[in-house]
Design a protein. Structure first.
Length: 291
């Protein structure tokens, strides 16, 4: 789970954003209006309450434009804050700070929006599910191309957990894989033959019949490590939990929103994956104001 990101992972993304914004001639507005060598102090302020994620992006955007700038961070990634909170203070070359502003705020607002939405989901299911094993909220691969590490970091900041990071770190057998392979047993058997001892296998099932096929394999010691219950009704989820009886980790997916998530958690599943954490989060309103 990406709870802390080293600068070496963030910096290339920030610099790509800056290069896109600076274009061919740099910040012509700052060059035209701001005297060379002018200094500026500014506060990064929250205009709405939320959970912070991505302050490293703002810091690196500023330092990329002015390596001598001072960035004093008051709120850390993963911390909650109220509207009006001063999240950070910055002092440096005025042209540089103004040129870095939008790239830093774009990433900071995007990631803080994801962290805040994730926190809302985590709070919605708090205490729901099996005693001592409440459902956990997980992200998916429905991330912005190029921003996956940052967006999964934001989910972790909001109290969620990370699903697989890409196609290479876990085997997830979905409906199309099952169809092409010729069935659940064939797909899982082929996956088991390839997987190393550290690689987990997850199987997506679309109904209780496929779940029973998976359980037969599990009882033989050759089944998946995780079963994803795709678009199950609440009654089907409860029946699946009863049939599994703790033999395998159960993940619920599909039709999840802030209205439905607690009911899903109360069925007793272990994990609820929510694509909306990353593909539908609203950017949090954070601004930079000179003083």
């Amino acid at each position: 789970m990406i709870r802390h990101l080293p600068d070496i992972m963030i910096d290339p993304i920030v610099r790509m954003g800056l290069a896109e914004d600076l274009g061919r001639a740099g910040d012509v507005t700052a060059q035209a209006c701001i005297p060379h060598g002018a200094r500026m102090r500014a506060v990064v302020g929250a205009r709405k309450a939320g959970v912070l994620a991505g302050m490293g992006c703002m810091r690196l955007a500023v330092l990329a434009m002015d390596p001598e700038a001072r960035v004093s961070i008051h709120v850390a990634d993963g911390d909650g804050f109220e509207a009006g909170t001063a999240l950070a203070e910055i002092e440096g070359d005025a042209r540089a700070l103004l040129s870095a502003e939008r790239t830093g705020l774009n990433l900071l607002g995007r990631l803080s929006g994801i962290a805040t939405l994730t926190r809302d989901y985590v709070q919605a299911v708090d205490g729901a599910g099996r005693p001592g094993r409440g459902a956990r909220i997980a992200d998916t691969r429905k991330t912005t191309p190029g921003l996956r590490a940052l967006e999964k970091h934001a989910v972790a900041c909001g109290g969620g957990i990370n699903h697989r990071f890409g196609l290479d770190d876990a085997i997830l057998i979905k409906d199309n894989h099952v169809l092409v392979c010729g069935g659940v047993e064939a797909a899982v058997t082929r996956a088991r033959a390839m997987a190393g001892h550290l690689m987990k296998i997850e199987l997506e099932v679309d109904g209780l019949a496929q779940l029973d096929q998976a359980l037969a394999l599990i009882d033989q010691g050759r089944g998946p490590d995780v079963v994803m219950l795709d678009n199950f009704s609440l009654d089907m989820l409860r029946e699946a939990v009863a049939r599994v009886a703790g033999r395998v980790t159960l993940e619920a997916s599909g039709g999840v929103n802030l209205t439905t998530v607690r009911g899903i958690a109360e069925t007793g599943v272990d994990v609820i994956s929510v694509g909306g954490l990353t593909h539908s989060a609203t950017v949090l309103d954070i601004g930079l104001d000179a003083f």
